[in-house]
Design a protein around this ligand. Sequence first.
Ligand SMILES: Nc1ncnc2c1ncn2[C@@H]1O[C@H](COP(=O)(O)OP(=O)(O)OP(=O)(O)O)[C@@H](O)[C@H]1O
Ligand SMILES: [Mg+2]
Length: 252
Amino acid sequence: MAILEVKNLKKYFPVTGGVFLRPKGWVHAVDGVSFSVNKGETLGIVGESGCGKTTLGRCIMGLYDPLEGQVIIKKQKVSRLNRQKRKKLALNLQMIFQDPFESLNPRQTVKEVLEEKYIIHGKKKGKLDSQINNLIKIVGLLPETLSKFPHEFSGGQRQRIGIARAISLEPEIIICDEPVSALDVSVQSKILNLLLKLQHRMGLTYIFISHDLSVVKHVSDRIAVMYLGKIVEVADAIAIYNAGRHPYTKAL
Ligand SMILES: Nc1ncnc2c1ncn2[C@@H]1O[C@H](COP(=O)(O)OP(=O)(O)OP(=O)(O)O)[C@@H](O)[C@H]1O
Ligand SMILES: [Mg+2]
């Protein structure tokens, strides 16, 4: 069963120029993308820098309003939902970023970082300790981690915290946008294995975005190849890796 469908999704950005920043044209960042993802599946999205992967992820998350097209989650058209229903839906959909701490307040401890999502969704602060201790254990970190600050961690540990934050509200779908691209190769496989373990344990559905086909292949059931805002090929992970048909896939 499809848990997530994307239909003819488009997102263009204006290109401006000159002293008056007049619109000169449009970047077709996402240009008519359609696909569906089944529950528990990992759909890899691979493509070179600037082909629109992050924009696509942000449109699915509802962080961008698409110009055209639909995002359908569990048969509900997101654009048709009211604010309250969207907020509820947001519980079900989370994102993991290349560097989760880029946008974070350096004065927040890990504990405060992890409490935030619960509090936004109406949980009481005093009652979160056991949940947060459990969360930190699941992602393979020590309880001492909780009182530390983001800058005290290595990239791999930071990504574990980002993952803990993403799974805290037990979502069904996680969009992973280049989750290991900033990490050393030895650490990459540890994080990928953690993602796979969590998928198994929680029945998660992943959209896994990367420019690196060998990484995408390692975690995906199917792979969509993206090129200049469009999906040019979708196939089973093994098939694409062995014999991608589109010339661009071959180039990857
Ligand atoms: N907020 C924005 N405003 C204007 N143009 C944007 C914006 N975000 C992305 N773009 C443009 O849209 C295109 C797609 O960008 P996007 O970041 O989605 O690509 P990407 O595949 O994620 O690249 P990367 O692998 O470098 O992360 C690029 O040409 C980019 O310059
Ligand atoms: Mg990107």
